[in-house]
Design a protein around this ligand. Structure first.
Ligand SMILES: [Zn+2]
Length: 459
C-alpha cells in the first residue's frame, strides 16, 4: 500500500512538472514567436518583407517610411530621406542599427497561429514613432555638405534623441552605383557613425581629464602648471599651440592648453584616469532602445608618463564614440547623472495592442560624476565658450562646450569635434558633432552643431 501511494504521489508530481514545463514553453512561444520568426538570419523572409509593413514617423508625425501597393516608400523630401537613411534603414539589412533592421518584427507583422505566411488582414503590424525631428536632421545634413562624420543631439533630461545624422549617406529611392567608388566616397556608407564608430577625440577629451581631476585631486581648482609651448615628459616632447604661461584647470580648458591638461593626467596617473574613464562608461556599450552603441576606449599604449600625458589631451590610443560623448556632456548638464538616449518614442497598433521590447520605453540613468564636479565643469565650459573665437556662433543659447581638433596621422587633416549643451532650463539640449579629416573643431564642427541647436531652441 505504502509503496503504491508513494508511486502515485511521484506520478502526480511528474505530471505536474511536465504540465508546468509545457505551460512555460507555450508562454515563451507566445511572447517571443514573432521575435524568433523574424530574426535577420531567417533571410528567406527578408525579400520584400516590408512591402506591407507598419509606418515609421518622426516626433511630429512626419512619415519617414510606409508601405503602399505592396511597395516600401519613403519621405517625399530627398534631403530628409538622405538625412535619416541610417536611422530608418533600407529593406536589405544593410544598416545593422537601423529601425528597419532592428525592429523589423514590429513593422512586419506576425500572426501567432499562422506565422509569417498569415494573410495580410491577420497580421499585427506596428507603427513606430521616433523621437527625432526630421527637420533638424535635414538642417544638419545640409550643413555637413560633402564632409564625412556624425552629429547627435538630445534632451539631457528626458533622453529623447532629437537629431542623428551620419555621413556619407545616399538617397534610398535613387541609389548610386556603389561599384564606381573610385575615390572612396561611399566608404562606410552603410554605417551609422554616430552609433557604430569611434574616433580619436583630441581636445574634447580634456572634459574627461578635467572631470577626473575635479573628482580626485583636492587642489584641482587651484593647482597651476606652466606652459612654454613645449615640455619634455619622460624624454618625449609634449607640444601646445600656444605659450600660455602659468595657468590652472579653468584657463587650461579655455585655451585648450595641452601642457596643463597633459600634466593633470600625469598628476592623476594611470590608475585614477582608468578608474574615472570607467566610471564614465568607457569600455562598455551605451544601450539605446536595446541596441548596442560602439564603446569608447581608454587603453594606453604604454604605462609611461608621456603616454598618460598624451591620453589626457585625447591622443595616444583614446577612442570616443559620438553618442557616448553625448551622454557625458549630458551628464554634466544634468547634475552629474547621465540619461541614456532613446531613439524610439512609441510602438503602436497591432492585434490586442500587444507590445514588444518594452525595455525601449524605460528611462535609464546612471551617475557619472558628483553633483559638485558637474557644477564646476558647467561653469568652466561656459567660461571656455564665452571667451572663445566662436562665442558669437552660440550667442544667446547659454552654451557650455569644448571643441577638439584631433590629430590622426601624418598627411591627414585632423578630425574636427565639438561637444556641449545649453544650460538654459527651457532648452535642455546637449550636442556632439565630429567632422572627419576637415580641420579645426571651431571652424568645421561647431557651426553645424550651432545651426542645429539654434533651430532646436527656437522650436
Ligand atoms: Zn599651452
Amino acid at each position: 500500500m505504502k509503496n503504491s501511494r508513494k508511486r502515485s504521489i511521484l506520478l502526480v508530481l511528474l505530471v505536474l512538472f511536465f504540465l508546468s514545463g509545457v505551460g512555460f514553453l507555450a508562454f515563451e512561444l507566445y511572447m517571443n514567436a514573432a521575435n524568433w520568426a523574424l530574426k535577420p538570419f531567417n533571410s528567406h523572409l527578408s525579400l520584400n518583407s516590408l512591402a506591407n509593413a507598419g509606418k515609421i514617423f518622426d516626433r511630429n508625425s512626419v512619415i519617414l517610411a510606409e508601405s503602399a501597393n505592396s511597395k516600401r516608400i519613403y519621405n517625399k523630401d530627398d534631403q530628409i530621406r538622405k538625412a535619416l537613411f541610417h536611422t530608418v534603414g533600407d529593406e536589405n539589412f544593410n544598416v545593422a542599427t537601423s529601425i528597419q533592421s532592428k525592429f523589423r518584427d514590429q513593422l512586419f507583422g506576425y500572426n501567432f497561429f499562422m506565422g509569417v505566411d498569415s494573410p495580410e488582414f491577420l497580421r499585427e503590424h506596428h507603427d513606430i514613432t521616433l523621437n527625432v525631428d526630421s527637420r533638424l536632421c535635414k538642417t544638419a545634413f545640409a550643413k555637413f555638405s560633402s564632409h564625412k562624420g556624425a552629429i547627435a543631439c538630445y534632451n539631457y533630461k528626458t533622453g529623447e534623441l532629437l537629431c542623428m545624422v551620419s555621413m556619407p549617406t545616399y538617397d534610398i529611392e535613387n541609389p548610386p552605383n556603389f561599384k564606381k567608388n573610385t575615390d572612396g566616397q561611399y566608404d562606410g556608407i552603410f554605417m551609422n557613425k554616430a552609433m557604430s564608430s569611434s574616433y580619436t577625440p583630441g581636445s574634447v577629451f580634456k572634459i574627461v581629464t578635467a572631470m577626473s581631476a575635479l573628482e580626485d585631486l583636492p587642489d584641482a581648482t587651484t593647482k597651476k602648471f606652466t606652459c612654454n609651448g613645449t615640455e619634455i615628459i619622460n624624454g618625449q616632447p609634449i607640444t601646445c599651440m600656444g605659450n600660455h604661461g602659468s595657468i590652472g584647470l579653468r584657463d587650461g580648458l579655455r585655451y585648450s592648453c595641452n601642457i596643463v591638461l597633459g600634466n593633470f593626467a600625469v598628476a592623476l596617473g594611470k590608475e585614477r584616469m582608468e578608474k574615472n574613464t570607467k566610471k564614465l562608461g568607457f569600455g562598455e556599450n551605451v544601450i539605446m532602445d536595446s541596441m548596442e552603441v560602439k564603446s569608447s576606449s581608454y587603453e594606453l599604449s604604454s604605462k609611461s608618463k608621456d603616454a598618460i600625458a598624451w591620453s589626457g589631451i585625447g591622443q595616444d590610443n583614446v577612442l570616443l564614440n559620438p553618442i557616448h560623448m553625448l551622454t557625458i556632456v549630458g551628464s554634466i548638464a544634468n547634475d552629474g547623472v547621465a540619461v541614456m538616449p532613446k531613439l524610439i518614442k512609441e510602438v503602436t497598433g497591432g492585434f490586442l495592442h500587444r507590445k514588444f521590447n518594452d525595455n525601449t520605453q524605460k528611462k535609464s540613468e546612471r551617475r557619472y560624476m558628483s553633483s559638485e564636479t558637474a557644477q564646476i565643469l558647467t561653469e568652466m565650459l561656459s567660461y571656455t565658450i564665452k571667451n572663445s573665437r566662436i562665442s558669437s556662433l552660440f550667442s544667446g543659447l547659454d552654451v557650455c562646450a569644448k571643441t577638439g581638433t584631433a590629430e590622426v596621422g601624418a598627411g591627414k587633416k585632423p578630425h574636427a569635434w565639438v561637444a556641449g549643451f545649453s544650460k538654459n532650463k527651457k532648452t535642455p539640449f546637449a550636442f556632439v558633432a565630429v567632422v572627419e579629416n576637415s580641420g579645426f573643431g571651431g571652424e568645421h564642427a561647431a557651426p553645424i552643431a550651432a545651426a542645429v541647436l539654434r533651430e532646436m531652441c527656437a522650436a
